[in-house]
Design a protein around this ligand. Sequence first.
Ligand code: HXC
Length: 259
Amino acid sequence: MAPEFIIVHPQVLPHIAHIQLNRPQELNALNLQLMLELRDALRALDEDEQVRCIVLSGNEKAFAAGADIKQMAGKTAIDMYNTDQFSTWDAIKKIKKPIIAAVSGFALGGGCELAMLCDMIVASETAKFGQPEIKIGVMPGAGGTQRLTRAVGKALAMEMVLTGKFITAEEALRAGLINRVVPPDLFLSEAFRLAETIAQQSPLAVKMAKEAVLRAFDSTLEEGLHFERKNFYLLFASDDQKEGMQAFIEKRTPVFTGK
Ligand code: HXC
């Protein structure tokens, strides 16, 4: 069945897929169905050999204004436990291909957390990032207290999480939360440009490198270095390693196949 709340373009450009969150009337509030659709689309693109990099965006006004407050408002703790809504988030964390968030407008609460679950963030000058859950009597639940703190440090994370204040794209860039800020009409094309650069590399090396960078958050330095070395060695089993190094020696552009 076609998804209702997202639009998927598996080949928006060669080797690049685009998923657009599409609940514009609700500022792309992340209801449960949207998250299931997003998980399924990402899994399918992860399996699709033609796809090497994925761009996730909302629209100009909002990347996403958070989890759907109207859907959550009447829930009990047991409802929340039984719903197990974070299983979709856990599945998205396991996507092997790089995902670039293209953010314009609001990236709040779960919206900010979803952008942080991606591997890189390209933002429009209009972007606003925040964890305003405190203002509705709760707190971040999809990684905000952890990923934001790792990205921007304790001082700013504590202020954002405890006061709910938003930061601008420029502030987010200075704080290390995002990769770049561009004028509003360029946020999507700039994300595609970044995706194109990644798509030119060996897809295998990209996946293993992503996996290793993410390990830095989940392990000690020693474990992370061990993991990195294992992936580094493993890439010497690939055609792409032979091709990449031979192309360098022959002073030509490599042709990577992902094998
Ligand atoms: C449900 C939402 C929504 C949300 C906006 N809407 N955010 N519906 N859940 N998170 C709806 C509004 O109710 C409204 O619907 C329509 O979208 C437009 O929003 P407005 O408020 O009229 O727009 P504006 O005045 O421009 O204000 C924008 C805003 C504000 C500042 C972003 O909408 C806002 O504060 N939203 C909530 C942000 C938030 O608290 N997010 C964290 C959620 S908790 P109607 O029908 O009235 O037109 C969370 C937990 C994460 O994310 C952990 C689990 C994943």
